[in-house]
Design a protein around this ligand. Structure first.
Ligand SMILES: NC(=O)c1ccc[n+]([C@@H]2O[C@H](COP(=O)([O-])OP(=O)(O)OC[C@H]3O[C@@H](n4cnc5c(N)ncnc54)[C@H](O)[C@@H]3O)[C@@H](O)[C@H]2O)c1
Length: 342
């Protein structure tokens, strides 16, 4: 039996990852550490998993050094998802982003240093947001880091911190930069679930700045495949590597809205343009070549299929998202002093 510690396992990507590990890696014991912030949700764990001896849930903060150290000490594998993850919230109030995303990563990475004899692999979940808007396309791992929001800056700090630990302590770490994930269990503050629930409710879809910003959209199960591949690839091939998880195609937010309305069979639902988000990333398109050559990974789910599956999941799980309806928007102060909902 191997033991894997998953921080942030009650959140969107973390919970999809944990469910997959529980299903497909029957000889792995799973320890989840999660502070259950507004983004964490215990109902993301199926009861059969929650009650199983292979699963342990630890309610706690990644900044609790004693707790993190005791969990890392028991783990062969560590995957660090825990973070504050919403760009608009980081514009509203950024301090917690540096506490959780930077200091929390220091806490987890430092515990891995302390238990290097035990820990075989540490996968740090960074983000494509560290690149900012594309200065060249597609964005490979050597694209400059030009974070354009406090969230992205905090994640860039964490990303470089882990890289420095590889150089200093020869940590068996891999840094993963997933592009925009979507799928089941994603909080309604994020674009795809917001559009999906607006379509289900028959409300207009709100597009920031007209929806021209384009992203590389990755279905969450493909992201989970990529993280597993980082854990299971030969160490000498991936130690210290930074790896994009991307599809290599970009689609505008407006086109995502249109596709969701097509799936919902509500083509006449209006789309309204609202103010652009400050620091908006205009174009994100990832180069997946390194993931293909090092991991043999590529995204398998087409955007059409992924959005259709996502739509069906929200359609059939209103009990999951109804309580979050009031959190779909974040109130932020704009540089000119006005307040706006984003
Ligand atoms: N969602 C995306 O599109 C995307 C893309 C690229 C990278 N990422 C990264 O992937 C990771 C997971 O993202 P997500 O979308 O699942 O985020 P999420 O916000 O849905 O989940 C974050 C989880 O971390 C937990 N958490 C927050 N602060 C914590 C703390 N101090 N201690 C312990 N747990 C804490 C929350 O309770 C929650 O369960 C993050 O590191 C994020 O930066 C996300």
């Amino acid at each position: 039996m191997r033991t894997i510690l998953v921080t942030g396992g009650a959140g969107f990507i973390g919970s999809n990852f944990v469910s997959r590990v529980f299903r497909d890696r029957p000889d792995w014991k799973i320890l989840v550490l999660d502070a259950l912030t507004y983004a964490g949700n215990l109902s993301n764990f199926a009861p059969a998993m929650r009650d199983h001896p292979r699963f342990e849930f630890w309610y706690g903060d990644v900044n609790n050094l004693t707790l993190v150290d005791s969990l890392v000490a028991r783990s062969d594998l560590v995957v660090h998802f825990a973070a504050e993850s919403h760009v608009a919230r980081s514009i509203a109030d950024d301090r917690i982003f540096f506490q959780t995303d930077v200091m929390g990563t220091q806490s987890v990475a430092n515990a891995v240093v302390n238990h290097q004899k035990k820990v075989e692999r540490f996968v740090h979940i960074s983000t494509s947001e560290v690149y900012g808007s594309a200065v060249r396309e597609p964005m490979d791992e050597d694209h400059p880091l030009l974070p354009s929001s406090p969230y992205a800056a905090a994640k860039a700090g964490a990303d470089r911190l882990v890289d420095s630990y590889v150089r200093t302590y020869d940590l068996p770490a891999v840094i993963v930069r997933p592009f925009n994930n979507y799928g089941p269990n994603q909080h309604l503050e994020k674009c795809v679930p917001r559009f999906v629930t607006s379509a289900l409710l028959g409300e207009p879809l709100e597009l920031h700045g007209g929806g021209g910003a384009a992203r590389d959209w990755l279905y969450v199960e493909d992201c989970v495949d990529g993280v597993l591949a980082c854990l299971e690839a030969p160490l000498d091939r991936v130690r210290g590597q930074v790896i994009n998880l991307a599809t290599g195609t970009a689609t505008s937010v407006k086109d995502i809205a249109d596709e969701i309305l097509r799936i919902a069979q509500r083509p006449a639902t209006p789309k309204v343009s609202v103010g652009e988000r400050p620091g908006q990333v205009l174009l994100h398109i990832g180069d997946p070549a390194r993931a293909a050559s090092l991991l043999g990974w590529r995204a398998k789910t087409s955007l059409r299929d992924g959005l259709a599956k996502t739509y069906r999941w929200y359609e059939t799980h209103p009990e999951w998202w109804e309580p979050l309806r009031w959190m779909r928007q974040v109130r932020i102060h704009l540089p000119d002093g006005r307040e706006e909902l984003h």
